[in-house]
Design a protein around this ligand. Sequence first.
Ligand SMILES: [Zn+2]
Length: 194
Amino acid sequence: MVEGLVRRLLKGDAEAEKCLASYSVCIMPMANKDGVERGGTRFNLGGWDLNRKWDKPADPRFAPENAALERWLDGEIKAGRRPTLALDFHNDGSGLLHLSRPEGPEGEKHLARMRTFEKCLREHTWFVEGSTKPSFHNPGSLGEGFFTRFGIDAAILEFNCNDIAGLKEPALGKHWVTFGEELTKAFEAYFAAQ
Ligand SMILES: [Zn+2]
């Protein structure tokens, strides 16, 4: 997906120029570097699930990856570069966009923006799976923690590891590349709508 996204943005054509004039992208290719290196997926070497407990500052003893990411976010915000949108992509067997529901009026506005993002995904990529049910509320997930602690709209997009519903195809690498390419257009449409 990242390969498709980066190559599309660097293609040098008019569409790429239009995207790059509208937004910039920061990419962390993998959150759980050491855990994955050792053959794991969900938990880091400290036994920590890096997509939990985002409602509080990360303990650098158990989640040094998250502590480093928080330091970077603090630095970006201090430098006047608060990210507008943060997405955590990882896979499961559902393919859903997880939209958390922070409480209060700001939470409502956040959810409305995320609904717009979902619409842009549907219009510009092969995404059809939809989002989590309206009762979903997980203060410790990255989606909600980024919003409540850093003022950044955020969501988790699961990649269905078995099946791509919008293409009626198995989850092949080439389709994720295409998704990354199309995501550049979904971003452009989303930022134009803000
Ligand atoms: Zn997940």
